[in-house]
Design a protein around this ligand. Structure first.
Ligand SMILES: [Cu+2]
Length: 71
């Protein structure tokens, strides 16, 4: 398991963070997702054999937000 933090911009309310959590958690290999609109960040724990950071970033972008892995 690997955990990353993504700087996520464009979230303006709790529904935005909930949408990101729902979409990212649908990806195979994603164990947990915590998005915070207040902090503008998303923390994702995943199985690196099934999914990677760039796939997670593109899923967040597809939902209409900007995402960049920071750690
Ligand atoms: Cu919102």
């Amino acid at each position: 398991m690997n955990t990353i933090t993504l700087k996520t911009s464009g979230m303006h309310c709790p529904s935005c963070s909930m949408l990101i959590e729902m979409n990212v958690s649908d990806l195979p290999g994603v164990e947990s997702v915590k998005a915070s609109h207040a902090e503008g960040s998303t923390v994702v724990t995943y199985d690196q054999n099934q999914v990677d950071a760039s796939r997670i970033e593109s899923e967040i972008r597809a939902a209409g937000y900007e995402a960049e892995t920071v750690s």
